[in-house]
Design a protein around this ligand. Structure first.
Ligand code: GDP
Length: 656
């Protein structure tokens, strides 16, 4: 059993250990080495809980805050969110999170927690929790409360397929060729409408193809919670084999956990070498069924039409294995593929219906827009009376233009839809004002998402392959019974927008080792709520992640700024890496201190000062007002005008 200590009580009630000791002495309880005797522990706990509850309510008197009224009651809406609970009881969110971990539950600052633990926590802070309905302003509109689908209502639905791959390997041509062969075979009508997706029928079965937007769009949709794709077709030119974007696309499909079918395209070309593609697949752990693996691999030519039927058949086989089902009887839900203003129609949104059936007259909410569906238009320009699961349609009648990736939901009536849309607008506004760029261990921890609270997903970018692998291996060895780190992507190079979108889609954090962040990427990360952490020492990276995994949320180390310098000019040296000539603007810069480099306020490097030079001499430190040459550890990508922030890590003083 855990020992109850004086200092724990002091921290719990935010008072000095001395005060606790005095109280204990007054109660005649002996304490040895700061530890309260085990047989007295529960008595002592309830004594202090009562004592401080009374003190607090006395202090607050008649002017008690509404969230913590006198009498020690706090009223919170259900489900209880960590942040709200912390506010209501006057605690720091990370304190609440730490205490929650002790109760065996993991949650981030903005996540809901179980009612039982919310009650326990409140009690331990000296409050009684009352679960009330949310205040009127936040009251959710009539949600489309529909029961779980009755298995009897579930029917097979068509697969939704996305083509991914390197540019010019034939994604668009393949999709066009598939459509044409089917249209040529007499399928009704050519594609006349661009609605972000199209459908073909093969052997009486429908397949929906999302227009090939590249894996960036595929992942940014996923980042918005839209998992529209069931099967990814990885298109690889038989003439060129795997290219960097092929690998990236493959990684994005793997991260999305959708089955991959490889289409080896351009087999009509004389230089085509399909075996080389099989070899590249093997090298990237994508084991083709041609060589005893399981990944479907089809040789095709968009030009001659060879293999297209085989590709469709392989896709349908994959769909059979997935046993894709949906319930056409329920109200529709779907995902916006694209949206725009159109002359004569107003705002239109192309939507992939994913469950249920969408009909004209339905009251729909789409992102923060809403409206009564006036018209549904198919990819062949036909007006539809209904659109069932996996059917893409253009929806006419919305109040505004939603964003790609937004969800469409049908509400029982127009009023409910409007209220819900208004609530979302307000929520977005609040979230924007609450967003801040400060990164804390709490944020890191909050990435342990509610659905899958025992994994921390990571996108790792490093300078060379070896260091990425070393990080992965070390992560695998981290001691943690409850939580583990899962690597979504481990690749080489600077941190790009793509990495951030992948991290957003996978609820991951981006960890950079000896790499820089590309321009603009920090802004995107901030908007998407993705955390980027840069390291130059593996040990520090592992320590941070271990801390996050172990839930040690109170920082034991604190950063102290030493000084700032501006880069005035760059010295290219014949021997050794380039050096930046700087003016120390404030404080001091010191050899061995930590340094961050910012360009236009964007962080591009986080590492260490390797050496300092004044004129011809190596020096240990340089003070404000002086110029010097700075060499950074493992970083030469600086430029004139970049700012260097120099800091050191202070160990936090013990609280006793
Ligand atoms: P995407 O960038 O992956 O969408 O590639 P495209 O579909 O735009 O194709 C790029 C180029 O490759 C175009 O010039 C196509 O005509 C050509 N192409 C596509 N598929 C084939 C094929 O099977 N055989 C040959 N010979 N050329 C192809």
């Amino acid at each position: 059993m855990k020992k109850l200590k004086v200092k724990d009580l002091a921290r719990q009630y935010s008072v000095s250990p001395k005060e606790i000791m005095e109280e204990l002495v007054a109660q005649g309880i002996k304490v040895e080495n700061d530890v309260i005797p085990a047989d007295m522990a529960s008595l002592v706990e309830s004594y202090f809980s009562d004592l401080y509850r009374k003190k607090r309510s006395e202090k607050k008197g008649g002017g008690a805050r509404s969230s913590a009224p006198a009498g020690g009651k706090v009223t919170l809406s259900s489900p209880v969110i960590v942040k709200n609970l912390a506010e209501a009881v006057g605690r720091k969110p990370n304190e609440v999170i730490s205490d929650l971990i002790k109760l065996g539950e993991l949650a981030g600052i903005n996540q809901p927690i179980s009612e039982a633990n919310a009650r326990k926590l409140c009690r331990s802070y000296g409050f009684e929790l009352e679960l009330g309905s949310a205040p009127a302003a936040e009251a959710p509109a009539e949600a489309p409360a529909e029961p779980e689908d009755d298995p009897a209502d579930l029917v097979p639905r068509p697969p939704v397929v996305t083509f991914l791959g390197h540019v010019d390997h034939g994604k668009t041509s393949l999709q066009d060729a598939i459509r044409h062969t089917q249209v040529a075979k007499g399928e009704a009508g050519a594609i006349t409408q661009h609605i972000g997706a199209s459908t073909v029928t093969y052997n009486g079965r429908m397949v929906t193809f999302i227009d090939t937007p590249g894996h960036e769009a595929f992942t940014s949709m996923r980042a918005r919670g839209a998992n529209a794709t069931d099967i990814a077709v990885l298109v690889v030119s038989a003439a060129e084999g795997f290219k960097p974007q092929t690998v990236e696309a493959m990684n994005h499909a793997l991260a999305a956990k959708v089955p991959i079918v490889v289409a080896i395209n351009k087999i009509d070309l004389p230089e085509a070498n399909p075996d080389q593609v099989l070899l590249h697949m093997q090298q990237h752990q994508l084991f083709s069924e041609d060589w005893g693996g399981t990944v479907g691999t089809v040789r095709v030519s968009a030009k001659t039409g060879a293999g297209l039927n085989d590709l469709l058949e392989r896709i349908l086989l994959e769909a059979d294995m997935l046993e894709l089902k949906a319930n056409p009887k329920r109200r529709a839900t779907g995902t916006v593929l694209e949206a725009q203003m159109e002359p004569g129609l107003g705002a239109t949104a192309s939507v992939l219906v994913q469950n249920g059936t969408l009909r004209p007259g339905d009251a729909a909410v789409c992102g923060d827009c809403w409206g009564k569906v006036r018209m549904l238009i198919s990819d062949r320009g036909a007006r539809l009376k209904s659109a069932g699961p996996s059917v893409p349609v253009k929806v006419v009648g919305l109040s505004g233009i939603p964003e790609a990736g937004d969800r469409l939901e049908v509400y029982p009536n127009e009023k409910a839809a409007r209220l819900e849309a208004e609530r979302r607008v307000a929520e977005k506004r609040n979230a924007q004002s609450a967003a801040s760029g400060i990164v804390t261990a709490e944020d890191l921890f909050s990435k342990l998402q509610s659905g899958n609270r025992n994994t921390l997903n990571l996108v790792i970018k490093s300078d060379v392959k070896g260091s990425g692998e070393a990080i992965v291996q070390s992560l695998a060895k981290l001691p943690s019974e409850k939580i583990r780190a899962e690597v979504v992507l481990n690749s080489v190079g600077a941190i790009t927008e793509n990495d951030v979108m992948l991290a957003a889609a996978s609820q991951a954090i981006v960890v950079g080792f000896h790499v820089r962040v590309n321009p603009g990427v920090n802004d995107l990360a901030k908007r998407e709520g993705v955390e980027i952490r840069l390291y130059s020492i593996i040990y520090e990276l592992l320590e941070d992640i271990t801390d996050a995994l172990a839930g040690k949320l109170e920082p034991e180390k604190r950063e102290k700024e030493l000084g700032r310098a501006k880069i005035l000019q760059i010295f290219e040296l014949t021997k050794g890496p380039r050096v930046c000539g700087c003016l120390v603007e404030t404080g001091v810069v010191r050899v061995g201190a930590k340094a961050r480099v910012f360009r236009h306020k964007q962080l591009i490097y986080n590492g260490e000062i390797q050496s300092l030079r004044r004129f011809q001499d190596d020096v240990k430190e340089v003070k404000a007002g002086l110029e010097c040459g700075i060499r950074l550890d493992n970083f030469v990508d600086f430029d004139q005008g970049d700012e260097i922030e120099v800091y050191e890590i202070e160990l936090k003083k013990a609280s006793l």
